[in-house]
Ligand binder design. Structure first.
Ligand code: TGC
Ligand code: FAD
Length: 392
């Protein structure tokens, strides 16, 4: 059967979100897209298969200016929120592991040092984190239950001019390769943030093995056994759960964009596969059932893009609320996971190999649905905002 119509639209951007971008935003997107095409896609399937984080890409990510890109000064690019979103989108089109690395370094570690740190802490850490010479991790989750960080057991007690930290954290991205851990601990004054350096006595890490998701990312446990942290390594300007939760709002915003990239990678592959594979005398894409599924994938992507764009505008105007971020993290991650699963199925048997992208993205997105607040936590956050009842 011959094709009767040329596609009149960009299937990966049905609502032409790209036309709403500024020249600078498009430039940022294009440069990261080229990096992903040239440097990430050729190796990432192998990295996923062998459980290897492509650390050799860190200096290149730094050279692109994506680490801490929202921060002004301190060697950072000072880009707007939409640019940060587009960076996440393109990186996650490569693999969620790379977006995760950048989310953790930028939103979860550089952001709190910039927002809540002393001027000395900013100068000491931020330039080297922007250049990728210092890799950081964010320690909030604990083994007894990550959804309820208010109930954390890790404790810091004052001793003279220092603090003594005891406890453990788990599921920590970058943990084993981090030079610096931003650790949140309970104190007599409330939750506080501690900058734990990797060679502090009593601090140890261990890799979490046997993952079937985010295999190209390093995930670790952190152990704190009477770790002495000097006052100079305590974030002075925040006390309470709003410290870590405000970091999560930054990172969750990036995820709202990032997962769109994973979904786009899957739809692109599903389109290519179903238009070139002929069964029963015609291309798969010429059947009604397959077209409906492809159209549904494009619908999910387009609506996620519009939601992300609006969030970016609100953020750039200083009006973004955590509730809106919860809504979009839930919606866009679920949409991307649905798209990835559909794409995997449309590729038939080929869909289960890492020669093609859908199974890798689908497996990764199982983590993305869980981390940075599970889907249920975001649903209950929206539910609380609608009703006023705290149902956690
Ligand atoms: P709640 O009473 O709601 O709030 C306590 C204080 O925090 C403030 N707040 C926020 N501030 C900024 N941004 C937000 N998103 C905020 N949410 C709440 C709030 O105003 C309050 O301030 P104050 O001054 O009145 O004290 O706290 P709660 O105990 O009821 O908890 C609410 C809940 C369940 C939503 C929260 O605990 C939560 O979000 N749980 C999920 C935990 C989570 O997301 N962990 C993620 C760990 S890091 C990670 O997964 C990294 S993955 C790697 C990668 O990104 O790639
Ligand atoms: P739990 O909190 O035990 O939840 C288990 C189930 O119960 C979930 O389905 C949840 O939705 C549900 N649930 C919880 N509360 C309720 C309720 N009130 N009502 C109904 N259902 C409920 N954490 C960090 O601090 N730093 C990191 O860098 C980091 N990186 C990660 C990387 C990966 C690959 C993964 C998988 C996780 C990472 N995490 C990190 C941890 C992540 O944030 C937690 O896994 C997540 O917050 C959920 O916590 P949990 O795994 O303990 O599940």
């Amino acid at each position: 059967m011959l094709k009767t119509q040329k596609p009149a639209v960009d299937p990966l951007d049905l609502c032409a979100v790209r036309t709403a971008l500024s020249d600078e935003e498009r430039l940022v997107q294009d440069s990261v897209a080229k990096f992903v095409d040239d440097e990430v896609l050729p190796i990432i399937g192998e990295c996923f298969e062998h459980g290897r984080f492509p650390r050799e890409l860190v200096p290149k990510l730094a050279a692109l200016g994506v680490l801490g890109c929202s921060i002004e000064g301190y060697g950072c690019a000072g880009l707007n929120a939409i640019s940060y979103g587009l960076i996440c989108q393109e990186l996650e089109r490569g693999d969620s592991a790379l977006r995760s690395f950048v989310s953790v370094q930028s939103s979860l570690c550089m952001f709190p040092i910039h927002a809540y740190g002393s001027e000395e802490q900013r100068r000491r850490w931020l330039p080297q984190m922007a250049s990728g010479e210092i890799i950081a991790c964010f320690g909030l989750t604990e083994p007894h239950g990550g959804s309820d960080p208010a109930n954390m057991k890790t404790y810091a007690r004052r001793k003279g001019g220092d603090w003594i930290l005891n406890g453990s954290k788990t599921w920590i991205t970058n943990g084993c390769i981090a030079d610096l851990a931003v650790v949140w601990a309970q104190t007599d004054e409330g939750i506080r943030g501690f900058l734990v350096e990797k060679d502090f006595k009593g601090f140890a890490t261990a890799p979490i093995k046997h993952k079937m998701s985010l295999r190209a990312s390093i995930t670790s446990s952190l152990f704190l056994d009477n770790v002495v942290v000097p006052e100079a390594n305590v974030l002075p300007n925040v006390v309470g759960l709003k410290g870590p939760l405000s970091c999560l709002t930054q990172a969750r915003y990036g995820i709202c964009w990032g997962v769109i990239g994973a979904a786009q990678g899957c739809l692109a592959q599903a389109l290519e596969y179903t238009t070139t594979r002929a069964l029963f005398g015609k291309p798969l894409a010429a059947t009604q059932a397959v077209q409906i599924r492809l159209a549904d994938m494009a619908r999910r992507i387009a609506s996620s893009q519009l939601l992300a764009l609006q969030l970016g505008r609100l953020k750039d105007a200083g009006h973004l609320s955590p509730i809106q971020v919860s809504l979009a993290k839930w919606n866009n991650t679920r949409a991307a996971l649905d798209v990835a699963r559909q794409a995997r199925d449309l590729l038939g048997g080929a869909g289960i190999t890492v020669e093609y992208v859908p199974i890798r993205h689908a497996l990764n997105l199982e983590s993305v649905v869980t981390y940075e607040g599970t889907e249920t936590i975001h649903q209950l956050t929206v539910g609380r905002a609608l009703t006023g009842f705290d149902a956690f």
